[in-house]
Design a protein around this ligand. Structure first.
Ligand code: NDP
Ligand code: 2IT
Length: 444
């Protein structure tokens, strides 16, 4: 039996109405997988591997009650989507943002399945979070929320079951409060979360890993074309964990980073951010506009995106669907030749199609931002063997993993004209191991 993309998307849409982000992620992946399976593994259709892979193994939704600083009771919703455990324990971040809903967490968990497989580390895929808004909350409020969140989540996770980590709104501080509560409830010092502090089970280079890994991946794309970063202008969106370390590595590799952004607007410095300027940005927190008080070369725009400025390389590192078809057209018109996603699904489907049509070298998040979860996997290994590796060792392993992901994308994504379709390469390269493991493990 062979599958048809249009019929399959209708089937998934009928089953998951009102989940646009999830449907977008499924369409992006299965457009490449369906022809591949029909040609190479037609028997996987009879086993309904694709129908199964789009169905989470388990979705947990729970109430999170906590007391704010004014002693007012607050109620939020917590989730964990345990998407696929065919090749390892569920693994993926937790997002705290008022925009969180099931559609967004299912898209993130779905992407995570393929991304984790691409790392070569045995990790399944999952994602979770809450509609809790960390902005404007005191440290004590964050702690009380995290403790309440883990008081329910603890029964669903474990070092060999499901290992959450950070994502938007969740960093080392939040991981710390959740880890402390898990340890207290279970009386077990275990690698149940990654992104821990280096003095209490964390790995060196985990904070830097997603941004550094993204730049190592771009370096592979450039080397494949006999090019490098020198003289190249880079537009980055976001000013959080991923964007910051992407900018730092880009500068260290010889690129000129001209933008950063957040939900208030876009910071443009046509002279480029030096490492010193980046340190200053970090000290500003969310007050990016204040940069212009110290550095006169900078300008802050509330009505512009990083994609409005001419660049050679665009690195969207903020959030999903932040780069649409119009942005893609502006980027291409201004000479942009490389786009690599630090965020998850930041480009819309129409933007990606335009990049492909324009022969822009486009690297999807599931390949290009896999460095974060890869070092999370290395953190799990260190926890299991009770050791801590040096920064140099972890960074070297990270670089090797990103080079291998690039090779996988080339292997499965090379077109007849020699151009590499990184999206197709990542989709197929990430799928093969998961699909064959599902087949081997029978009807589960
Ligand atoms: P952070 O919370 O550290 O930073 C997020 C940044 O993106 C902030 O600058 C935030 O601005 C901005 N942002 C968020 N939402 C919007 C929006 N709707 N419009 C404009 N700007 C926005 O998160 P991370 O850096 O960790 O995550 C960024 C992206 O990278 C996400 O897509 C995440 O899923 C992905 N990712 C993260 C990994 C990790 O290891 N952390 C690994 C792989 C991918 P503001 O403060 O104003 O909201
Ligand atoms: O999207 C992602 O890959 C992450 N947020 C990191 C997940 C992890 O488990 O480190």
């Amino acid at each position: 039996m062979s599958l048809n993309f249009k019929n399959f998307i209708k089937y998934v849409t009928d089953k998951n109405p009102n989940e646009p982000e999830f449907l977008q992620a499924v369409a992006e992946v299965t457009e490449d997988l369906i022809p591949y399976i029909n040609e190479k593994h037609p028997t996987w259709n009879d086993l309904k591997i694709l129908e199964r892979i789009v169905e989470p193994e388990r979705v947990i939704s729970f109430r999170v009650t906590w007391l704010d600083d004014k002693n007012v009771v607050q109620v939020n919703r917590g989730y964990r989507v345990q998407m696929n455990s065919a090749i390892g324990p569920y693994k993926g971040g937790l997002r705290f943002s008022p925009t969180v809903n099931l559609s967004i967490l299912k898209f993130l968990a779905f992407e995570q399945v393929f991304k984790n497989s691409l790392t070569g580390i045995p990790l399944g895929g999952g994602k979770g979070g809450s509609d809790f808004d960390p902005k404007g909350k005191s440290d004590n409020e964050i702690m009380r929320f995290c403790q309440s969140f883990m008081t329910e989540l603890f029964r669903h996770v474990g070092p060999e079951t499901d290992v959450p980590a950070g994502d938007i709104g969740v960093g080392e501080r939040e991981v710390g409060y959740m880890f402390g509560q898990y340890k207290r409830i279970q009386n077990h010092f275990a690698g149940v979360l990654t992104g821990k502090g280096p003095n209490w089970g964390g790995s060196y280079i985990r904070p830097e890993a997603t941004g550094y890994g993204l730049l190592y991946f771009v370096q592979c794309i450039l080397e494949n074309l006999d090019e490098d970063f020198s003289g190249k202008t880079i537009a980055i969106s976001g000013a959080g964990n991923v964007a910051y370390y992407a900018a730092e590595k880009a500068v260290n590799l010889g690129g000129k980073v001209i933008t950063l952004s957040n939900s208030s607007g876009c910071l443009h410095d046509p002279e480029g951010f030096s490492l010193e300027k980046l340190h200053h940005v970090a000290s500003l927190g969310r007050e990016l506009a204040k940069y212009t008080e110290t550095y006169k070369s900078g300008q802050f725009f509330t009505d512009k995106k990083p994609w409005d400025f001419a660049c050679d390389i665009a690195l969207p590192c903020a959030t999903q669907n932040e780069l649409d078809e119009q942005d893609a057209k502006t980027l291409v018109k201004n000479g942009c030749r490389f786009v690599a996603e630090g965020a998850n699904m930041p480009s819309t489907m129409e933007a990606i199609k335009y990049f492909h049509k324009s022969k822009v070298h486009f690297a999807p998040g599931k390949a290009a931002n896999a460095g974060g979860v890869a070092v999370s996997g290395l953190e799990m290994s260190q926890n299991w063997i009770g050791q801590q590796w040096t920064s140099e060792k972890v960074d070297g392993r990270l670089k090797g993993i990103m080079e291998n992901i690039h090779k996988t994308c080339v292997k499965y994504g090379k077109e007849e004209d020699g151009h590499i379709n990184y999206l197709k390469g990542a989709n197929i390269g990430g799928f093969i191991k998961v699909g064959s493991a599902m087949k081997a493990q029978g009807l589960v």
